[in-house]
Write a protein that binds this ligand. Structure first.
Ligand SMILES: NC(=O)c1ccc[n+]([C@@H]2O[C@H](COP(=O)([O-])OP(=O)(O)OC[C@H]3O[C@@H](n4cnc5c(N)ncnc54)[C@H](O)[C@@H]3O)[C@@H](O)[C@H]2O)c1
Ligand SMILES: [Zn+2]
Length: 364
């Protein structure tokens, strides 16, 4: 299996490699690099590594408000335009580092080592930063891809079941969004928890080579790439209304179930579509631990009114219509505006309530 490939972007080509031992290899090859690292991952760094800039992986740190402290830390380490950064962490560290690397002295080169499965299968490619401002999540951002992305699967060994399953949901979403064939290929990689390094390589490569198509054909989110928001609009409202008590990847998985439920009640699916979305829903539910909380150890009670409030105010919607990605016809995804009507509101509410009850979570 090919373990490395390139991505072409407006910022040039950048490489992706999947394997083990990549962290120690890149640290040895770049002794003068400045390291930015998730504080929780200090145990992964060899004692000989230079003192990194540690960042706590909390949402408040991927914000415009927190960005100056990273910039100042770079200056205090005498970073200049020729400095190379090595960034180690999940999506939070990636987001703030993308921003910092892009604006420090108008841009310095960086290598990214994603440490979460979500980072490995999804966010590490595409070059985006998503930054919180004034309490609004992912409100601003830019594109500044790393020079190279090294996916060291050794990081997986300290991820818990919820983090692994959350990553698998993003991978399932990417593959399903491309085609049902790609989703089947994803299932053939035997995505499961626990995930051994060989299994991880197969699912990561499948997910990333599939996402590569989306970001090369639509780098700036104008058409095809928008399909990758599947599960996100419904899921994000649950993350926000529970103050991130539902983690991102799990919210995306449950969000896909809600989108499927909604599309079904709107009569959008034909017989093949019902079968295909059932395959996706079956996969998602099987990984939730049969609705018996084995993955999400203590699911929060979902405040439906609060969730609907967040849903209706999502920044992706238009004033007259909700912009949601749903399966239609044979199950292929489409971005389908939904007029803001009482009927649509009632179906959205029912889709949330029925899905949450179905997976054994509580709502109020
Ligand atoms: N820019 C993008 O394209 C993009 C895409 C998707 C998500 N995101 C963002 O990414 C964030 C979520 O990122 P995430 O889920 O990758 O994780 P994270 O960065 O939020 O980290 C979650 C927790 O896992 C810990 N952690 C990280 N690696 C670990 C490891 N190997 N072992 C044990 N613990 C580890 C962290 O310290 C933290 O406590 C969200 O803010 C989301 O908005 C960005
Ligand atoms: Zn996501």
């Amino acid at each position: 299996m090919q373990k490395s490939f390139d991505i072409s972007s407006s910022a040039g080509r950048y490489g992706v490699e999947v394997g083990t031992g990549l962290l120690s290899r890149t640290l040895a090859a770049n002794p003068d690099a400045i390291i930015i690292c998730d504080r929780n991952l200090s145990g992964y760094l060899p004692a000989t590594a230079a003192e990194p800039i540690y960042i706590d992986a909390v949402e408040s740190n991927k914000s415009l408000e927190a960005a100056p402290s990273v910039i100042v830390a770079l200056r205090q380490r005498n970073a200049n335009r020729n400095t190379h950064l090595i960034v180690i962490g999940g999506g939070i560290i990636q987001d703030i580092s993308t921003l910092a690397a892009s604006i420090y002295m108008r841009g310095i080169s960086w290598t990214y080592l994603p440490s979460t499965l979500l980072g490995m299968v999804d966010s590490c490619i595409g070059g985006k930063s998503s930054i919180n401002v004034g309490g609004y999540k992912n409100l601003v951002g830019n594109f500044f891809p790393p020079k190279e992305i090294l996916i060291d699967t050794a990081f997986i060994r300290t991820l818990d079941a919820e983090m692994v399953v959350g990553g698998l949901y993003e991978a399932a979403k990417i593959c399903y969004a491309r085609s049902f064939e790609d989703f089947r290929d994803y299932l053939d990689t035997k995505p499961s928890y626990p995930l051994d390094p060989d299994g991880a390589e197969a699912v990561i490569l499948k997910s990333l080579t599939t996402k590569k198509w989306f970001i090369e054909v639509d780098e700036f989110d104008n058409k095809e790439r928008l399909l990758l928001n599947f599960g996100h609009t419904f899921g994000h409202a649950m993350e926000a209304a529970t103050n991130f008590g539902v983690s991102h990847g799990i919210a995306v998985g449950v969000g896909m179930l809600i989108a499927i439920n909604y599309a079904t009640r709107r009569g959008e699916l034909g017989a093949v579509g019902i079968e295909r979305t059932a395959a996706l829903a079956g996969h998602v539910k099987s990984k939730l631990g049969d609705g018996k909380f084995s993955v999400v150890v203590s699911p929060p009670t979902i405040p439906i009114d609060g969730v609907l409030e967040k849903f209706t105010h999502d920044k992706k919607h238009r004033t007259d219509a909700y912009r949601v990605v749903i399966p239609r016809g044979d199950g292929a995804l489409e971005l389908v505006p939904q007029q803001r009507s009482d009927e649509v509101h009632a179906d959205i509410r029912s889709a949330y309530e029925e899905t949450i009850a179905d997976i054994g979570w509580q709502f109020e």
